[in-house]
Write a protein that binds this ligand. Structure first.
Ligand code: SAH
Ligand code: SF4
Ligand code: F3S
Length: 447
């Protein structure tokens, strides 16, 4: 793996990333592998000998973004025989052949499971001088490639990959494959290394982190991983995403309550407030079951922040179904939410279904839902005014005398100091007395 190239032919690489944090971290892994092989990372694709576009395909818009980006980048291939254009990630997995046909300039199309293979794949393209697909290579082992993260306070750490659920609308199980988990030891040692490098917070990533350890012979569940990471000295905060309501067990809730470093924030996608929709979506729980999990969570962690994902305009969604979603939102009073209009994905069960609400109806529901959420989020942020938040400082702007970071509940906080020389350093946890807010976050004076 540690293969350095002769200095005379310096290799340069430009990586572009679309999609979720998992993709962001996959790009960090590719950057780590490539830089350990002598590649220098560059911001300008025009000077790169390798261009990697790491794609997402969760909704049609994600496909369109990646395709239009590729449409521009393919032009860099003209007259540049040696330059390699690689497409990785979820769209690459789903569209291996079609992408090649669509844009013959593309040299490599490989899905997320092949991220660890980036070096051998690129090497083979250079030597064989032909297009290749990820499936032309054996699947690499679940090792931990050296990630190259931007320096900072908070780092992404993948603990689990893939998804064994079968939500009828979702393409992810087809692009990321079945659930696999990394052993506790390997995660703990990576996190120890991150602390040594100066990181203070980790966000554990998985499509279904609560499925951690399942069926992988690891023998320990997600709660055990949290307890193990709680012991890593120098680590200040632990976060994780995403949880699934059916797999969020009492042991995880208890670990969240008992571990001081595990932050009181849970992202628990509900998707809809209508049992009829939840069943068509094949989510595997009813609203009553979701409500029970939230009650258990809030009993154990009264200050917990709860965020969610919601889909409107799914097949057969009636006004009645949608009003149940609005009711659920007003009942659970989420601290934040991502709302999406359903986007049919080829290859998923729901793709073939009829009964999609008309586009103007879906758009109208989306706007009504966003309005309701905005006012709840603003109200919840207002309720923090007068309180003191412990903020892990991420960025400091000595010119304006401000700093920013996150509260335990994941609210972004902009802090100010009475005197410039009191400005904290990134990585410090400071107390901020909240005196102002918008729906995007809080502001206040450092105590
Ligand atoms: N594994 C995570 C997240 C998967 S994708 C989970 O299950 O929670 C992130 C979000 O995208 C989902 O929670 C869902 O709200 C949304 N999503 C997934 N497929 C979609 C589709 N076809 N159309 C619209 N939104 C979708
Ligand atoms: Fe997709 Fe459902 Fe898996 Fe989440 S749990 S990744 S929504 S199939
Ligand atoms: Fe997109 Fe794949 Fe993430 S489809 S949301 S990049 S898992």
């Amino acid at each position: 793996m540690e293969k350095s190239l002769p200095k005379s032919v310096e290799q340069t690489c430009h990586i572009r990333t679309f999609g979720c944090q998992m993709n962001v971290h996959d790009s960090e892994r590719m950057a780590g592998l490539l830089s350990s092989a002598g590649y220098r990372l560059v911001d300008d694709p025009a000077v790169a000998s390798l261009i990697v576009v790491n794609t997402c395909t969760v909704r049609d818009k994600a496909d369109q973004k990646a395709l239009s980006d590729l449409g521009r980048l393919r032009l860099f291939k003209k007259g540049e025989g040696e330059r390699i254009l690689a497409v990785t990630g979820c769209m690459a997995e789903r569209e291996q052949e079609r992408l090649h046909r669509l844009m013959p300039e593309i040299d490599l199309v490989a899905g997320p499971a092949q991220v660890r293979n980036i070096l051998p794949m690129v090497e083979r393209i250079r030597s064989e001088k032909k297009h290749l697909l990820g499936r032309d290579f054996d699947l690499p082992e679940m090792t931990t490639p050296p990630a190259l993260r931007p320096a900072g306070v908070t780092a992404l750490v993948t603990v689990q990959e893939g998804c064994d659920k079968a939500c009828s609308y979702c393409v992810v199980p087809r692009t990321r494959g079945p659930e696999r988990s990394r052993p506790v030891d390997s995660i703990v040692s990576e996190v120890r290394g991150l602390v040594t490098e100066g990181f203070r917070e980790v966000t554990l990533l998985g499509q279904n982190v609560n499925g951690y350890g399942k069926g992988s012979g690891i023998g320990e569940g997600f709660a055990a991983l949290l307890y193990a990471l709680e012991e890593v000295s120098g680590l200040v905060r632990i976060r994780f995403t995403t949880s699934h309501p059916s797999d969020l067990d009492d042991a995880t809730i208890e670990a969240m309550a008992r571990c001081r470093k595990v932050m009181p924030h849970l992202h628990l996608p509900v998707q809809s407030g209508s049992d009829r929709m939840l069943s068509l979506m094949e989510r595997g729980y009813t609203l009553a079951q979701y409500r029970e999990r939230i009650a258990r969570l809030r009993e154990a962690l009264p200050e917990v922040s709860l965020t969610t994902d919601l889909i409107v305009g799914f097949c057969h969604e009636s006004e009645e179904d949608f009003s149940l979603t609005l009711e659920a939102v007003s009942e659970f009073r989420f601290d934040g939410a991502f709302c999406f209009i359903y986007s049919p994905r080829p290859g998923t069960p729901a793709y073939e279904w009829t009964g999609l609400p008309d586009r103007p109806v879906a758009l109208d529901r989306f706007r009504r839902l966003e309005n309701m959420l905005s006012s709840i989020v603003l109200e919840k942020n207002r309720s923090r005014i007068g309180k003191t938040e412990e903020v892990l400082v991420e960025r400091v702007d000595s010119e304006s005398g401000h700093f920013s970071g996150r509260s335990p509940g994941f609210r972004s906080v902009r802090g100010r100091v009475e005197e410039r020389d009191l400005l904290p350093d990134p990585g410090q946890v400071v107390k901020v007395r909240i005196d102002d807010c918008t729906k995007a976050g809080l502001a206040g004076l450092m105590e």
